[in-house]
Design a protein around this ligand. Structure first.
Ligand code: NAI
Ligand code: MG
Length: 355
């Protein structure tokens, strides 16, 4: 029997509902494969602010640092919108990314065949979409210094900085090349090298890194063109590697290829080996507590944890197959059907466990 300790940080809104679903699926995997998963729950985000006055309490840091992987729901909601920037729920998430140096955000985008009608795009464009965005997560425009406001000649000015060290680019590029190895062997590096100096360093570094991966094909594309190609011919992509902000925007754009945010999982990986696995969607306050949330993104995130964090590839595939099966069988939560026959979060979860 393999014993693994999993930190569970449900967070706010629909976070607890979808995380519960993921745990149920992991428990059934545990029974099938004789693994012992020990779940240790911690507070994060708004609920942590309410109970402890801190979006990332010490206890949560400890539970996370002592785990083999972290399963997170979502953080935030209108209740906490009045708080100043440095005390908001997001600080919980940013804090944990920082603590574990989670610099690589992997976001697979796969159009389920059974859901091909759920995308607002034409069926023949989205059929067969299957790629992975590898977004740099701890550098770039979101973190570069200086980052400040100042008054110059009596006028207010604000500054953000897009900065990268070569080592930061190299390590994210390596993640992308590794990811491509177990996929179709194609990496597309997305930058804005015609304008940005940081992008020119990005391009040089990724190109240099490619020499170590002769089995992988590398191409470069400017981010504005990439935004267009994602809609024009999304099946052409395999692995996309890009800067933090570009990756944030492109991955939300890409989510529409699959039809719902409620389907997309993510993994954030770093140097420590402890990864953070969470759905791409937020806390969805509009449907929180109504048993309406789609749990599939959270369940697929648990599958990513098995695959990337716990080296349980077969178990991960078993979950992915179950997700396909329930969709083929016609199970639909409200976000992916207009019919009044939508199933609830708990019904969908039970179906997955059964499958
Ligand atoms: P959101 O992802 O929470 O919701 C956007 C829309 O998608 C809503 O209509 C929601 O009902 C729907 N939706 C999202 N997930 C769904 C699911 N699993 N099943 C069915 N429908 C789903 O994004 P929004 O509304 O911009 O943000 C709401 C809150 O979540 C904010 O406080 C925001 O800061 C936070 N947020 C947190 C994230 C995180 O924890 N990683 C990421 C994005 C937003
Ligand atoms: Mg985003």
């Amino acid at each position: 029997m393999t014993k693994k300790t999993i930190a569970v940080l449900p967070g706010d809104g629909i976070g607890p509902e979808v995380t519960r679903a993921a745990i149920q699926v992991l428990e059934s995997i545990g029974r099938l494969y004789d693994h012992e998963f020990v779940f240790r729950e911690g507070l994060i985000g708004g609920s942590a602010i309410d109970e402890k006055g801190d979006p990332l309490p010490l206890e949560t840091r400890e539970i996370s640092a002592e785990s083999d992987g972290i399963l997170l729901g979502a953080v935030g909601g209108p209740e906490w919108d009045h708080l100043p920037g440095d005390q908001r729920p997001e600080q919980g998430l940013l804090g944990i990314r920082k603590m574990l140096d989670l610099y690589a955000n992997l976001r697979p985008v796969k159009a389920y065949e059974a859901l091909i009608d759920a995308s607002p795009l034409k069926t023949d464009i989205v059929a067969g979409v299957d790629f992975m965005i590898v977004r740099e997560l701890t550098g770039g425009l979101y973190f570069g210094e200086p980052k400040k406001r100042e008054t110059i000649d009596g006028e207010e000015q604000a500054i953000d900085t897009l900065a990268y060290k070569q080592s930061e680019i190299k390590r994210i590029a390596e993640r992308a090349f590794e990811a491509a190895r177990v996929r179709e062997g194609k990496v597309l590096s997305v930058d804005k090298a015609n304008v940005l100096e940081s992008s020119r360093l990005w391009r040089e570094t990724v190109t240099e890194c490619a020499e170590t991966y002769p089995d992988i094909t590398l191409e470069h594309m400017l981010v504005d063109n990439a935004a267009m190609q994602l809609i024009a011919q999304p099946t052409a992509f395999d692995v996309i590697v890009t800067e933090n902000t570009f990756g944030d925007i492109l991955s939300d754009e890409a989510s529409m290829l699959t039809g719902s945010l409620g389907l997309l999982p993510s993994a954030s990986l770093g140097a420590t080996g402890i990864g953070l696995y969470e759905p791409v969607h937020g806390s969805a306050p509009d449907i929180a507590g109504k048993n309406r949330a789609n749990p599939l993104a959270a369940i697929a995130s648990a599958a990513m944890m098995l695959k990337y964090g716990l080296q349980m590839e077969e178990e991960a595939t078993r979950i992915e197959n179950a997700l396909e099966k329930v969709l083929e069988a016609g199970y639909r939560t409200a976000d992916i059907t207009e019919s009044t026959q939508a199933v609830t979060t708990t019904e969908m979860t039970e179906a997955v466990v059964k499958a």
